[in-house]
Design a protein around this ligand. Structure first.
Ligand code: FAD
Length: 438
């Protein structure tokens, strides 16, 4: 399975063509003059922006809870859903790309919400109106779930050309699509020398993802007998979370292939001469996966809902309503809640148990704070490809009603990698895909 056969190459090429459309707007230009897209709703209308992990969960569960009592409109710019979770496993050659791909139409038809394939270009919060490339739609409540954007400016300080060179030649692949395919080609074709992977500074999307990615790249290098090594440059002092499990995998499975460098805060990236300067020294590379800092997605900035000091949206920690506009819920990675990691599992959990519960209560005239439930977060990481073995972290939260905030109740980490946990990894993903897409 891990070998990339000719058939697989064609499969990737085929999906690659489909992915070409992934980041495209459905029409070329944004306009505020295009007309109203939908007739006014009979009852309350909830518009959801972003058909990712948070948005897909919100659309389904709102309709499940309220049926015809709510008009739900989901607006998404991508033509097809591609999952970031399990994409590292795909990078390691352990699953086909089909495993990551899902359609937006089946759940919209099944649960009775309106799916609009368009790019949102602006939000007028005073008029409660969302503008898209295809026209506008009005809302009573908005769920904003645009995910993240890359902050190359932190390194390149307005030098757009250098930022572009870095993004094009050393794509991050923390936003799904073409970048993932480019990264896979790099990893599969790497023959010798130094390959660098940089860990973004926290808080970033999926804290364990860079370390899992390193393990999967090392698995490919080992299989391909690469004459070289993978260097992980981490701004933190140690691997976190699941540090012991990742550390043991690097030592026991990939000795000599993986070098972990802590306290390597990036000072300068030179994508032309292939040098990264850090607080732990300067590193030359032959190829790389360079991961810039993350911030809330563009649209959250456009809506004026981002705290510029942090780069994320401040929200009520129980309902995830924006602190600047209670008509807007910010779900998924764009929001900032103390103790919540930016993960697909958490996006799914807090959207279903907090955002949707609070909104349903509001629409029924009840107290949203009383309605929210405590989320959990489970995150598997594949660390070995042959045999497939994984480690896991699971966090249980409680709701502190006095403090009006979620608190961590219990953290379970399994650092002993096992084939059983690898099986659970796939079961976890299948269960969540089933919940959102079928
Ligand atoms: C390599 C990698 C591995 C990961 N592994 C795991 C894992 O194993 N487990 C786990 O729980 N999490 C994992 N994650 C994290 C997970 O992918 C994210 O936390 C999750 O996707 C966040 O969901 P979201 O809805 O906030 O954002 P997204 O899923 O990114 O969705 C945002 C959506 O908004 C759309 N959008 C943005 N702007 C507009 C606009 N203007 N108009 C219309 N649509 C718009 C985007 O197209 C996108 O579909 C991983 C991430 C990466 C990068």
């Amino acid at each position: 399975m891990a070998d990339l056969s000719r058939r697989d190459v064609f499969k990737i090429a085929g999906v690659g063509a489909a992915l070409g459309a992934l980041h495209m707007s459905s029409t070329a230009c944004a306009t505020k003059t295009a007309g109203r897209m939908l007739p006014p709703a009979k009852g309350n209308r909830v518009v959801i922006i972003g058909g990712g992990w948070a948005g897909m969960t919100a659309a389904k569960h709102l309709k499940k809870e309220l049926g015809d009592k709510v008009d739900v409109v989901l607006i998404e710019k991508r033509k097809i859903f591609m999952s970031c979770p399990i994409s590292n496993v795909w990078l390691g050659g352990l699953v086909d790309m089909e495993f990551l791909m899902h359609d937006f139409h089946t759940p919209a038809a099944k649960y009775g919400y309106t799916f609009i394939n368009a790019t949102v270009t602006d939000i007028d919060r005073d008029r409660r109106r969302v503008y898209t490339t295809d026209g506008y739609v009005d809302y009573d409540y908005l769920i904003l779930a645009p995910g993240i954007r890359y902050n190359y400016d932190a390194w390149f300080k307005g030098d757009k050309k250098m930022a572009q060179i870095c993004a094009t030649h050393f794509p991050s692949a923390f936003i799904p699509g073409s970048e993932h395919i480019a990264l896979k080609r790099k990893v599969d074709n790497f023959e010798e020398g130094t390959f660098i992977l940089t860990v973004p500074p926290p808080p970033h999307r999926c804290p364990p993802a860079p370390y899992e990615r390193a393990a999967m790249i090392a698995h490919v290098f080992k299989k391909n007998e690469v004459n070289g090594k993978l260097i992980i440059l981490d701004p933190k002092g140690q691997i976190k979370p699941k540090g012991e499990g990742f550390g043991r995998a690097y030592q026991e499975l990939y000795l000599g292939l993986v070098e972990y460098v802590p306290n390597a805060k990036i000072k300068e990236v030179d994508p032309v001469n292939k040098v990264i300067k850090t607080t732990a020294g300067d590193f030359k590379f032959d190829d790389a996966n360079i991961n810039p800092p993350h911030q809330a997605g563009d649209l959250a900035w456009k809506a004026g809902l981002v705290n510029p000091k942090t780069g994320w949206c401040d929200v009520n920690p129980l309902t995830l309503q924006s602190k600047l506009d209670p008509r807007v819920f910010v779900a998924g990675d764009a929001s900032s809640v103390k103790g919540f990691p930016k993960s697909g599992d958490m996006a799914h959990n807090h959207t279903q148990k907090m955002v949707v519960k609070a909104l349903v209560a509001l629409l029924k005239g009840k107290d949203p704070l009383e309605a929210v439930q405590a989320p959990t977060n489970t995150c598997y990481s594949m660390v070995n490809g042959d045999p497939k073995e994984a480690i896991v972290i699971n966090v249980l939260y409680d709701i502190d009603r006095k403090k009006k905030a979620p608190v961590k109740k219990k953290v379970n980490v399994v650092n002993d990698r096992s084939t059983q946990l690898a099986r659970s990894t796939f079961e976890w993903a299948k269960a969540l895909y089933r919940d959102m897409f079928s």
